[in-house]
Design a protein around this ligand. Structure first.
Ligand SMILES: Nc1nc2c(ncn2[C@@H]2O[C@H](COP(=O)(O)OP(=O)(O)OP(=O)(O)O)[C@@H](O)[C@H]2O)c(=O)[nH]1
Ligand SMILES: [Mg+2]
Length: 346
């Protein structure tokens, strides 16, 4: 559910990318993650637990500054499209402010689109949501493929009410930001409409919002170089030797190399502090949008060993206090961090 904070001038919105399996929802979020300015987006978290598939979705937080005097914090989610994961879809839809329906434009997927759309409506109706007054847009995806339905036919079959729709190719990113812009506008329009009826008004300066949303989304997209220097470590990357830095996202590899250099040079306390900082950051992003964001529950959700986490937190305190940190424990802490990284797909 949206929340407006007039003090910090922030609006938090939850947007869900919904649609049939393999339609391109995850690819859409990956594209935004890859191309948004690093300072305006958090880490992308993909949760797929092999044992209990009820937990399975992607999450990406992004921040749109200066929209009508407010900063918009968007929490972007995807649902698992496959038919049998409806429990997860219901869970992810909880409190959604808007939905982008990612349709697969391929002729052969028309039935799957219609089934998924019906499922979306069922899930919303179950929550007593009036779908006519719900922010909802379409992304007609995979427009790059040869055997696709014309837009007019998709409109007729999926979108008889003529909601906003964008033609996209999630792989090249064509149309993706226009789609994000469309749903953000819809959600704010809906919020404003509700606000007009509510007794307590937020007095959000929504004038010219469409223009400022467009501007803000455009600013989000421009790819800026990301300076990644982590104090207190600023070691040069490895010249030789075994390194796990390649397992990290490209933008973070320098920091991984810095941790490894510190371990190699016996600067165990420095390495510990850096591992702790990285771990906290990963858990923080993974916890965004969850009801219980405490590190222990995020650790449990990711299927990580809670004892390993406690061990690192103790070790970080030891390092902070200036006491000696044994090499094996730093190595173990680094291994734990690598595992956390792998599980979040960061
Ligand atoms: N040609 C083409 N392929 C795409 C496009 N978008 C996604 N794909 C491919 O389609 C496949 C499925 O994409 P995903 O993003 O995983 O689909 P999803 O909607 O998240 O699927 P579920 O998680 O099963 O619901 C991947 O192989 C993508 O590379 C597109 O616009 N064009
Ligand atoms: Mg997916």
């Amino acid at each position: 559910m949206s929340s407006v904070n007039p003090l910090t001038k922030e609006i938090l919105l939850k947007l869900v990318y919904f649609g049939p399996g393999l339609g391109g929802k995850t690819t859409t979020l990956q594209y935004i993650h890859r191309t948004a300015r690093p300072e305006h987006r958090g880490k992308m978290v993909s949760l797929a637990t092999p044992v209990d598939r009820t937990l399975y979705f992607d999450f990406l937080p992004v921040r749109l500054p200066r929209v009508g005097g407010y900063t918009l914090r968007l929490q972007l989610f995807t649902v698992p499209g496959q038919v049998h994961y409806n429990a997860t879809r219901k869970l992810v839809l909880t409190g959604a402010d808007g939905v982008v329906f990612v349709a697969d434009s391929q002729r052969s997927r028309l039935d799957a689109n219609m089934e998924s759309l019906e499922n979306l409506f069922d899930n919303l109706h179950e929550r007593d949501i009036d779908t006519d007054a719900f922010a909802f847009t379409f992304q007609y995806n995979k427009r790059d493929i040869a055997d696709i339905l014309p837009v007019a036919e998709l409109d007729a079959r999926l979108n008889p009410k003529g909601r906003a729709r964008t033609e996209t190719c999630a792989i090249t990113g064509e149309g993706i930001y226009r789609g994000l812009e469309a749903i953000t506008k819809e959600v704010l329009r809906e919020l404003k409409r509700r606000d007009a009826h509510a007794k307590a008004k937020h007095e959000i300066a929504f004038h010219k919002d469409d223009q400022s949303i467009a501007k803000s989304v455009r600013a989000l997209r421009e790819n800026a170089p990301s300076p990644v220097v982590l104090a207190p470590l600023a070691a040069p990357p490895h010249a030789a030797g075994l390194s796990y830095a390649a397992l990290w996202p490209a933008a973070d590899r320098d920091r991984a190399a810095a941790i490894e250099s510190a371990i190699e040079e016996g600067r165990n306390a420095d390495a510990t502090r850096a591992v702790w900082q990285e771990l906290t950051c990963i858990l923080d992003s993974a916890g965004h949008g969850l009801t219980d964001q405490s590190p222990s529950s995020v650790i449990a959700l990711l299927g990580l060993d809670g004892r390993g986490y406690l061990d690192i937190s103790r070790l970080a305190r030891t390092a902070e206090a200036g006491a000696e940190v044994p090499r094996e424990r730093v190595l173990r802490a680094y291994l734990f961090l690598l595992e956390a990284l792998r599980r979040t797909g960061a």
